[in-house]
Structure formats: C-alpha cells, structure tokens
Design a protein around this ligand. Structure first.
Ligand code: CP
Ligand code: NVA
Length: 331
C-alpha cells in the first residue's frame, strides 16, 4: 500500500508503521540528493511554520529553519522565554491560536503530554523536536546515517546504546530499532532502564519485525560484534545539576572508549546525537573536569574524532530528514 502521511503529526515513532518510517528515511535521502546537486525544492511555498522551544537547541532549531526556508516556507522561532505558553496561556489555548496562523508546529519541551495536546488541539501537523520521553525526528536522521553506512540493509544489525537507557534517546532508539528489525542492546545500570511498558511494547513489535531488545550491564559483552555503537550525554536537558555527581559515578563504566570500539565489528560506526562532552572545550566540560577530575564523559575524544565516528554526517542528516518529515506531512 502506498504511504500517505499528509496531515499527520510526528509525536513518537510508536505511532508509525515500519513502512512509514522507511518511507521517511528514503525521502530524506531524496532531499539530501536535491540539496547536494543544488536543485531547488521550494515545494511548500506559501505555507508557514512555527518553532516552539522550551529547551535550548542548535541542530533541531537550525534544521527546521533551513529545511523550512529551502522548502519555501515562512518560519517563526519562539525561544524558551518569548511566548506566553505555559506561564500565561495554557498549551490548549496556545495550540488553538497557533493552529489558526500556521500550517505546522514544531515543539521542543519537557512533557510528552504537552506535544500530544498541541497536536490534538491545533488542527495542524505537530512535530516533536524532543521531549523528556522521545526524540523522533532524530531517529529518522540516525537511521538514514546507519543506512548510508550499511547500504546492503540495516535489518539484523546489532545496535548498542551505552549510558542513560531511559532518557529520550534510549527510549527512541529502542523503538526505532524494534520497528526496523535491528537487534537493540541497552548497556547501562539496571536502575536507568526504560519503563517496563515501553520494553513490553518493543518486544511485541519485534515479534513482527524480527528485531530484538536486550539489556546488559556488561560493556564488553554489549560491544562484541556490534555494528553501531551509540551514546548520549549523561544528564539530559531539564535534569538538575545536582545529579552530575551520581551520574558520573553510575555511568563512567559505560563510557565509549577505544577498548570498547575494539570489541565491535571492524566496520562498526560510532554515533552520537550531539551535543557531546568529549573534551573540556565547553563551560560544563571545564567545570566537570575541575570538580570531578575527568576530561571526557560519555565518549573518549579519540573515539569521537576517530575514523569510525559519523557524528557530523548524522548531524547534517537532521536537516534532510526534517525536510522530509515536513514535506510528507504538509504536502
Ligand atoms: N541532537 C539534537 O537534538 O541537538 P540540539 O539539542 O542541538 O537540537
Ligand atoms: N538526552 C539529551 C538529548 C539531546 C539531543 C537531552 O535530552 O538533553
């Protein structure tokens, strides 16, 4: 059956079929080719979108802005402090106002229920640009990146995520791997595992797709023969700084090192959604080094900068995939 995503919102990948997800990945590749060949693609001229951010961003915001402009749309950016939303106006009222002005709404915030409410009440497609629970637009870019590196097929690959397994990235990677039939391994402390309902849901999906979901606290076992090694920062946006000490203690055994990469398949790639604390060239990196005596957190600089690292291709792919998501849902 042909895929038609017109009018749909992208709130979490659990709501999408494997075919719909594959369609978005393929469409992202098409948009990447158009951009690379300098072929104009102002397919959504006359439409307008608004970007609502309750948290900070580099990649997601810039991807939506450039993608929107390349598609010929008008783009409004509302930063964490400059709208009434939440403080003086409910999400429901904001949704009903913005739905009258705009053809689509991007939202980055805290609660998944907020982005779901925006979609329910605005009457236009809403794209989740990250909540505490999920980061679905990142998944399309990530799977495009995996596909580029494993052109013979991504089904059956061993995909290992190290670190805080129950953050938005851990949750979302487990879902997308399940949907596309990859073998997902979450490697981190037991108390940072995703919620059981989500694991159960993914296991059910895997019965259909041939994928699998597994958790381990043993980094060597996890990394052995892996095709993709992925990690994310140890403290997500919105979590209190007081948690740094605990997270550093809990997650240091799960840092992605050259030794860990050595257990993986020889053609394995290293991925990270970014931003990353792989050196001390950031204010937080510097503060952590001073306070805790560590210069790298979730990944060693040698791995981040190494030849298996595809992190900047992955970042570029955010823009192509967000273009695909907007085009598919607004056309
Ligand atoms: N990966 C990602 O979402 O990056 P930003 O926080 O910079 O948008
Ligand atoms: N887990 C991270 C992802 C950033 C893209 C966060 O939520 O801050």
């Amino acid at each position: 059956m042909p895929v038609n995503l017109s009018g749909r919102s992208l709130l979490k990948l659990l709501d999408f079929t494997p075919d719909e997800i594959r369609y978005l990945i393929d469409l992202s590749q098409d948009f990447k080719n158009l951009k690379r060949t300098g072929t104009p693609h102002r397919y959504l001229e006359g439409k307008n979108i608004v970007l609502l951010f309750q948290k900070t961003s580099t990649r997601t915001r810039c991807s939506f802005e450039v993608a929107g402009m390349d598609l010929g749309m008008g783009v409004t950016y509302l930063d964490p402090g400059s709208s009434q939303m939440g403080k003086k106006e409910s999400i429901e009222d904001t949704a009903r106002v913005l739905g009258r002005f705009y053809d689509g709404i991007e939202f980055r915030g805290f609660k998944q229920s907020d982005v779901e409410e925006l979609a329910a009440k605005s009457g236009v497609p809403v794209w989740n640009g990250l909540t505490d629970e999920f980061h679905p637009t990142q998944m399309i870019a990530d799977m495009l990146t995996v596909k580029e590196n494993f052109p013979t097929g991504i089904k059956g690959l061993k995909f290992v995520f190290f670190g805080d397994l129950r953050n938005n990235m851990g949750n979302s990677l487990m879902v997308v791997c399940s949907k596309l039939g990859l073998h997902f391994v979450g490697c981190g402390p037991k108390d940072l595992k995703p919620e059981q309902w989500l694991i159960d849901e993914c296991n059910k999906i895997c019965e259909e797709t041939g994928g699998s979901v597994e958790f381990t606290e043993d980094p060597q076992q996890a990394a052995t023969d892996a095709n993709v090694i992925y990690t994310d920062i140890w403290l997500s946006m919105g979590e209190p700084d007081e948690l740094w000490a605990q997270r550093i203690k809990e997650l240091s055994p799960y840092r992605v090192t050259k030794e860990i990469m050595g257990y993986a398949d020889k053609d394995a790639i290293f991925m990270h959604c970014l931003p990353s604390f792989h050196d001390t060239n950031t204010t937080i990196g510097e503060e952590i080094a001073e306070k805790f005596g560590i210069k790298e957190m979730e990944v060693e600089d040698d791995v981040f900068e190494g030849k298996q690292s595809v992190v900047f291709d992955e970042a570029e792919n955010r823009m192509h995939s967000i273009k695909a998501i907007m085009y598919a849902t607004l056309k």
